[in-house]
Design a protein around this ligand. Structure first.
Ligand SMILES: Cc1cc2nc3c(=O)[nH]c(=O)nc-3n(C[C@H](O)[C@H](O)[C@H](O)COP(=O)(O)OP(=O)(O)OC[C@H]3O[C@@H](n4cnc5c(N)ncnc54)[C@H](O)[C@@H]3O)c2cc1C
Length: 368
């Protein structure tokens, strides 16, 4: 099918949508991309990309523009709430031969993907209805225009409306976590990925280059507090390590809840879901972007390797299911350890934490 005039619409210009557009362009397709938000509306937040994200970026021929961005991360350090070391993960040993781990500003990756996707995103355009036709999909946009496509790809995030319109699933399931994010420009000197594990709460600091730090914190709960900065100081004020200095530097904090999406199938007719729309998880393993980038690579390969769009969708889903299921299951495992009281959990992590955390990535270091 490579190079044939298959009419493709990608809905959503996040990491998944732009990566899919990039992969499809490399494979000779010319997809339309729509995004409901106006251009340039991105919060300044950090992103940690494990080694399999670097491998997918290489396959998208985007590793060159990403390599100068952010900072390479060599180790993950897990500390207890006082700041004492529990265990460490040597990322070169874990991801050797796959790719470097990198932390950067989300907006920096977005810019690279936008350029890679050909830049032609229709912003402020929302899909209103979709009609399943024989071998095609009729799409009506909010401005009343209607177009027919051979394939519609819903890359519109965990709260995907394409998922609902295509009768593939309803709202996402809350994971029961409140999450906090912030970027600090001039913070304390933290040189590696550093997480402090508390009781049903955790605090993560990651350098993202140029002296900046990406801060992420989570706690068990379902409702974001009205004053997230005050809540962070309250929750983590007694923590050790770099946390007191980081708290002193925080200015604005973005707060939200996380969702999980688990679906029986990812496509219906000629409508397919990718990225968080199909398989969102809590961000505990930082695999969301990597999974979205891998989706893009595998989708383009499936479309070029098979004789029909329908066969490609079947091939795509069967290749992607095991890896995304692995991420979901390991994320749940990791999140369960948050509920174990530190006096029980921490001795175990001191003894075997490195091996336990390394095991969470076992399938992902293997081939796509
Ligand atoms: C707190 C937090 C921290 C995270 N940290 C990391 C991390 O460090 N590393 C990592 O790899 N992952 C992380 N993730 C996960 C990662 O952000 C997602 O997995 C990844 O962004 C998935 O991208 P996506 O394109 O599928 O969805 P999204 O990023 O949600 O993008 C969807 C896009 O579709 C658009 N859209 C929505 N509805 C419509 C519509 N109807 N029509 C048109 N456009 C629409 C949206 O505006 C958006 O631009 C984190 C997630 C959270 C919540």
């Amino acid at each position: 099918m490579g190079g044939s005039p298959v009419r493709i619409l990608v809905v959503g210009a996040g990491i998944a949508g732009l990566a899919v557009a990039r992969a499809l362009r490399l494979a000779g397709f010319r997809p339309d991309v729509t995004e409901k938000l106006p251009a340039g509306e991105l919060h300044d937040m950090g992103l940690y990309l494990p080694g399999n994200a670097a491998r997918a970026l290489r396959r998208l021929d985007l590793d060159g523009p990403v390599r100068p961005l952010g900072q390479v991360i060599h180790r993950q350090r897990f500390l207890d709430a006082t700041g004492a070391t529990l265990c460490e993960l040597d990322l070169h040993a874990l991801w050797g031969g796959v790719g470097e781990c990198r932390a950067l500003l989300r907006a920096e990756l977005h810019r690279v993907l936008l350029t890679g996707a050909g830049g032609a995103v229709r912003h402020g355009a929302e899909v209103r209805t979709i009609d399943q036709l024989p071998g095609a999909v009729g799409v009506t946009f909010a401005d009343g225009t209607t177009t027919e496509y051979d394939l519609v790809i819903g890359a519109d995030g965990p709260r995907s409306s394409i998922r609902t319109l295509a009768a593939l699933g309803g709202p996402p399931r809350p994971t029961g976590q409140v999450v906090y994010r912030s970027v600090i420009r001039h913070g304390p000197p933290v040189t590696e990925w550093t997480a402090l594990l508390g009781q049903r709460a955790g605090f993560l600091v990651v350098p993202i280059g140029a002296g900046r730090l990406h801060c992420y914190a989570d706690e068990t709960g379902g409702t974001p507090p009205a004053d997230p900065l005050a809540r962070l100081r309250d929750l983590f004020g007694g923590y050790g390590g770099p946390v007191p200095d980081v708290l002193d530097c925080l200015e604005s904090v973005h707060v939200g809840v996380t969702d999980e999406v688990e679906l029986g199938r990812w496509f219906h007719g000629r409508v397919l879901l990718v990225g968080d729309a199909a398989h969102a998880t809590a961000p505990t393993l930082s695999q969301g972007a990597a999974m979205a980038l891998e989706d893009a690579v595998v989708l383009a390969e499936s479309l070029t390797a098979t004789s029909s769009v329908d066969a490609a969708l079947i091939a795509y889903e069967s290749r992607r299911r095991p890896r995304t299921r692995w991420v979901r299951d390991r994320t749940r495992d990791r999140n369960r350890t948050r509920d174990v009281p530190p006096p029980l959990r921490d001795p175990l992590l001191r003894g075997r934490g490195g091996r336990i955390f390394q095991e969470h990535y076992r399938l992902l270091v293997g081939p796509l």
